[in-house]
Design a protein around this ligand. Sequence first.
Ligand SMILES: *Cc1c(COP(=O)(O)O)cnc(C)c1O
Length: 371
Amino acid sequence: MVKINPTIEKLSSAAPFIAPEETERQRGVIFKARLGANEGNFGPSPAALEAMAKATQDSAWKYGDPTGHDLRATLADSLGVPFEGVVLGTGIDNLLGLTVRIFSERGDKIVTSLGAYPTFNYHVTGNGRVLSTVPYADFHEDLDGLLKRVQDVRPPIVYLSNPDNPMGTWWPAEKVEAFAAALPSTTLFILDEAYSETAPSDAIPAIGNLPENVIRMRTFSKAYGLAGMRCGYAIGEPPLISQFNKIRDHFGVTSASQAGAMAAFSDQEYLRASIAKIELARSRIATIASDNGLTPIESASNFVACVCEEGPQYANALISALAEEGVFIRKSMAPGLDHCIRVSVGRDEELDWFETALPRAIETAALSTAT
Ligand SMILES: *Cc1c(COP(=O)(O)O)cnc(C)c1O
């Protein structure tokens, strides 16, 4: 037998979650409405598609720019931070893993919320670190609870997503700033801003308003509609950001993905139109949910979490019944959140299908959980 790292051997290979493609293969049907992965179902800017096609045609044969120079320079310029204060990665997911490796050691305790973004947890446990979780309070990540835990545990890292996934709730910038300011300077604060574009502007701290122990993460996967291209970035103090160069995959962000992200970022008019579509879709999901006896939670992201008063078992049954109807959605498995289904925004025809399928799925779920 070859050696398998014992930390990895004991993990589940279904982590961080089962892909919708896997479910499609198992069921032998393609989902008609893909509303479970918080993607940008409205697609990227046509300028991004064109730039990616050109980059592929001209440059597929060569390694992309490992420095990611043009995109980083554009992002740094627009944010008003130094070039060395931005690093690219193959999505936030990739940057989260690198951050855990850089800023903590095996056995360290790392603080996050119970039920917060699972891919962060996946990197924490996959690297032999230990999660210390704080329950949500009223469907919000609990800033006071997280701060208290940090003061007790003195972790090297604390994680917060604002707006949050899976609940879609958010804190105003001044609360996030006060949280950051109260942290010990020895704790790195990962502020995941995957949904910064769809958040109200007063939820996003100004770039200069956070201390030096913060790394913020953003992505082209959500509002920009480029999830499949794998491009995200981290913003922070140059001495912290420069650490990523020591272990990152230098050719991970391909030339096509750099070109697509660059063109998408340059087309802010298209982004604004996408955000408007996301807002409309959110309110339509909320209406469909209320019409069917579910309680939508106000969201600043590209999905709506909806409370099922009947509880977690019922919510699980509802997800299976919707899958049978060709609708892919997800939910958290964490206690306190596991009775909420999470429905991502989608195109009109996808939401039409969701609207048609939901009453039938509710009937099926009610039957299957009746005692
Ligand atoms: C979707 C999501 C991500 C993943 O972003 P990628 O850039 O596609 O890796 C990260 N964090 C949160 C909170 C998300 O919801």
